[in-house]
Design a binder for this molecule. Structure first.
Ligand code: HEM
Length: 336
């Protein structure tokens, strides 16, 4: 492929970091990418063909153009203001490729941007502002607490108790579940926001580095299923609804950066920043086509959580740091 892959596990240049960004805690040992994917397999069985997370989805295409504010806030090629093509995947979280579209839970929006010069940028976003684990180890522990012990065919009681104690001591782990308990699922893939959740560092034209998280906000507005629709719509209506919608007119999302305030936790993706923090609209994603069948060009790739250093760099959030490498292991197991 002629596309230029940015350094996805960049080592951060220290010079221009803000004082805020220097306050990260010393990194605790984290599981290897293979150990992470092994933990998914312990719960779901071998990762073959389907993604172990968000296995149900539909592939789409479109483009992304940065606003002038986006160009000012990041020197990354994706924010040049020129058109990037976008390969897009909307997904339903969980481990079941036949999951019900009317079930409460997470929906996904994954994007591979490619500039005319071949610069790639990739991300996978979810319809909640928070993740379910503050560290990769917590994700693995949570998965293994549910996995059957090969010796007994049942979950290991000691492991389950240890994870329950961890959750009791870290209540933010339950923040996402609380959102789904309080909110019906989106009516359409086009009517929910999708958050990047992890913190990135944006280097602007002025050379300043600003920590930020992003959200893709639907220009169609937020619309959730009614109780009646949750009963009456089929289990698999989302992809067709998207096809019908896009056949009528392109759908659009505004990419919005949110900047932290004093005391906001930059490194824990189970905790959202307050809504009143400063924001900037940095680009618009337009979806113009939806694949006629599931998969399509999205199946043989993974949306790898790349950066575009130095314009968009990863923060020290340990969850973010673990993502690209475990997605790569997952991709290689499901395409071998
Ligand atoms: C340590 C933390 C995480 C791990 C180990 C992890 C692992 C994975 C893996 C292995 C896949 C399947 C990749 C593939 O086969 O292509 C995946 C998919 C996905 N993950 Fe994560 N993930 C993590 C955190 C997150 C977070 C914080 C978000 C939300 C922003 C997220 C959103 C997604 C989405 C949307 C997909 C589906 C991507 C697609 O459509 O191809 N993940 N994850």
């Amino acid at each position: 492929m002629s596309a230029k892959r940015p350094n996805c596990l960049a080592v951060f240049a220290g010079a221009a970091m803000t004082a805020w960004l220097l306050t990260s805690a010393p990194a605790a040992a984290q599981p290897s990418p293979d150990a992470i994917v092994d933990a998914f397999e312990a719960v779901l069985g071998p990762v073959r063909t389907h993604r172990p997370s968000h296995p149900k989805g539909v592939c789409a295409a479109g483009h992304f153009v940065a606003t002038a504010e986006g160009t000012r806030l990041s020197v990354a090629p994706v924010f040049s203001g020129q058109r990037n093509t976008a390969l897009i995947r909307f997904g339903v979280a969980g481990a079941n490729p036949n999951a019900s579209d009317t079930a409460r839970g997470t929906r996904g929006l994954s994007i591979r941007f490619e500039s005319a010069a071949g610069d790639l940028f990739e991300m996978a976003n979810i319809s909640a502002p928070v993740f379910i684990a503050p560290t990769p180890q917590a994700l693995v522990d949570g998965l293994l607490a549910r996995a059957n012990d090969p010796a007994t065919g049942r979950p290991n009681a000691e492991r389950a108790a240890a994870f329950a104690a961890f959750v009791a001591a870290n209540p933010s782990v339950g923040n996402q579940a609380a959102i789904w308990a309080a909110n019906a699922p989106p009516a359409s893939f086009a009517t929910t926001p999708y958050w990047g959740v992890n913190t990135f560092r944006f280097r602007g034209q002025d050379g300043q580095i600003r920590p930020a998280r992003w959200v893709f906000e639907p220009r169609a507005g937020v619309e959730r299923l009614t109780a009646e629709q949750m009963q009456s719509l089929g289990n698999h209506y989302l992809a067709d609804e998207l096809r019908r919608r896009v056949a009528t007119a392109p759908i659009e999302f505004d990419m919005v950066l949110q900047f932290p305030g004093p005391g906001d936790d930059l490194l824990n993706p189970t905790i959202a920043w307050p809504d009143n923090r400063p924001r900037a609209v940095v680009g618009r994603l337009t979806v113009t086509e939806v694949s006629a069948s599931p998969g399509g060009p999205c199946d043989p790739i993974s949306f790898m959580i790349l950066d575009q250093a130095p314009g968009i760099e990863m923060s020290d959030d340990p969850v973010l740091q673990a993502r690209a490498s475990s997605y790569a292991v997952s991709l290689s197991r499901r395409t071998q």
